[in-house]
Write a protein that binds this ligand. Structure first.
Ligand SMILES: Cc1ncc(COP(=O)(O)O)c(C=O)c1O
Length: 461
């Protein structure tokens, strides 16, 4: 989607509005402030994961039903965050709640297989066109094990990833994400930069980043690695990037990646932890029609209970089935998670649900784009399935370099505050996108558009 002609936004006005909205949010969240004071004494930083942290304090939630969540001050908001895209089913969906309740009475964990795991694997096979599955507990576990499988299958150590892409918090992939623009290095030979402390440079060096949406650059880099005597085991990538807002693959890109990886003997891993059950019943495989060798799922799979999955071809999974790779875990296929996943897949994320999500998405994208066009706002709306965002950039963003060069981070921060102060619970973070649910209504989407319209008017008046 091309960016529209843009108005110049006054930086002082952004700062002024940010301060005003920040005060408004602080004043309406005293319960969260109090909870933070207590929490930080036992919980590092007052949160269970750094991704939940926020200055000056996080907004602590109490409950959620359908498309709504309530914070500890009792404020109701429409949820567009949905746990980083884990909840396209909406909160406390009756079918998932019933399945979990039923399972609770039957015992929640045995570290032994149950029928629900078989049913979920069968359903994933049908949706994602891959014949073999294993379960894990999170997206990080899924990508870690998929990479290990690829390494075992090929007997190679090096892996290729997309610069800027997030695939979880293990050492193999906490590389070349979210770094300052000037540290990226040369596009033909991007730097392998550990993301945060505690990751050995020697491990990071095994992970080689390449730009998104540039199959020719990927091919050149892989050929160079082959020449250097370190051919890669795999390319791990999100088929549509979901951590720079939303960056869609350009026409022909995924097909080209599939063709070149096959030709060069490199396994292709689609990390569908975010795209997976959110952009279509069969994720990117269905939406874009390109089939990887290995695929990872998590987030939305468990309907709110933590789980993850690795899918693969028979060939890729041979090293698992022979026992050559120890693909293991005490809580893998946990019965509670499998019961929730089964109900989610068979009763909630149905063909009708995806029609509803597409309908809402179209309304939200169009509504936001109308606001942009009306105000000559520097940005564009972009999305697919349940996921989307307004990208605050006058230029189209196609990869990490263009994101870093053009994204207006101050506008992204201000939009989050506008949303929170107008009844919209939105994913914190400048790189994040909305997630719609089966429980959202057209009117919910209109509230989002109204909030954005108010910000655009305030900035361009
Ligand atoms: C594409 C992708 N892969 C993997 C992960 C890691 O998942 P988890 O946080 O469940 O470990 C994430 C998390 O945001 C993700 O977005």
């Amino acid at each position: 989607m091309s960016a529209p002609a843009t108005a110049e936004i006054d930086r002082a006005r952004i700062a002024e509005l940010t301060e005003c909205e920040q005060h408004r949010l602080d004043d309406s969240t005293p319960g969260s402030k109090q909870m933070f004071e207590r929490a930080r004494r036992a919980l590092a930083g007052g949160v269970a994961s750094a991704y939940q942290g926020r200055e000056p304090w996080p907004i602590y939630l109490e409950r959620g039903v359908g498309s709504r969540v309530w914070d500890v001050d009792g404020t109701e908001r429409i949820d567009f965050h949905n746990a980083f895209g884990s909840m396209p089913q909406g909160h406390a969906h009756p079918a998932i709640t019933a399945a979990i309740e039923k399972r609770l009475e039957l015992g929640t964990h045995f570290a032994a297989p149950t029928e629900d795991a078989v049913i979920v694997a069968e359903e994933l096979t049908r949706r994602f066109r891959l014949p073999r599955w294993r379960f894990v507990n999170s997206g990080s576990e899924a990508t870690m094990d998929a990479i290990r499988i690829a390494r075992a299958q090929t007997g190679r150590d090096t892996i290729v990833k997309i610069f800027g892409s997030y695939h979880g918090h293990h050492d193999y992939v906490m590389v070349s994400i979210g770094v300052p623009y000037d540290e990226i290095g040369d596009r033909e030979d991007y730097a392998s930069l550990p993301y945060g402390a505690g990751i050995p440079q020697s491990v990071a060096d095994l992970t080689v980043p390449v730009p998104f949406n540039d199959a020719a650059a990927m091919e050149r880099r892989i050929e160079q690695l082959i020449d250097e005597g370190r051919p890669p085991a795999c390319v791990i990538m999100e088929p549509a990037m979901m951590n720079l807002g939303v960056v869609l693959p350009e026409p022909g890109y995924l097909e080209a990646v599939r063709e070149l990886t096959k030709r060069l003997g490199v396994l292709l891993i689609f990390d569908e932890v975010k795209t997976g059950l959110c952009i279509a019943a069969g994720g990117a495989v269905e939406r874009f029609g390109v089939e990887p060798d290995l695929l990872t799922l998590a987030k939305a799979l468990g309907g709110g209970v933590s789980t993850g999955a690795i899918g693969g071809t028979e060939e890729a999974f041979a090293v698992v089935e022979s026992g050559k790779v120890y693909q293991v875990g005490t809580f893998s296929g946990n019965p509670l998670a499998m019961a929730a996943a089964r109900a989610s897949l068979t009763e909630v994320l149905t063909p009708a649900a995806y029609e509803h999500l597409d309908f809402l998405e179209e309304r939200l994208l169009r509504g936001c784009q109308d606001v942009i066009d009306r105000h000559g706002f520097p940005g564009y709306s972009v999305g697919i399935g349940a996921k989307g965002c307004v990208t605050f950039s006058p230029e189209a963003i196609v990869d990490y370099e263009s994101f870093k060069a053009h994204q207006d981070a101050d506008l992204a921060d201000l939009a989050w505050l506008y949303n929170m102060n107008r009844g919209i619970y939105m994913t914190p973070g400048r790189e994040e996108e909305w997630t719609l649910t089966v429980a959202h209504t057209p009117e919910d989407c209109d509230v989002f558009v109204d909030s954005f319209a108010e910000m655009a008017a305030d900035l361009t008046a």
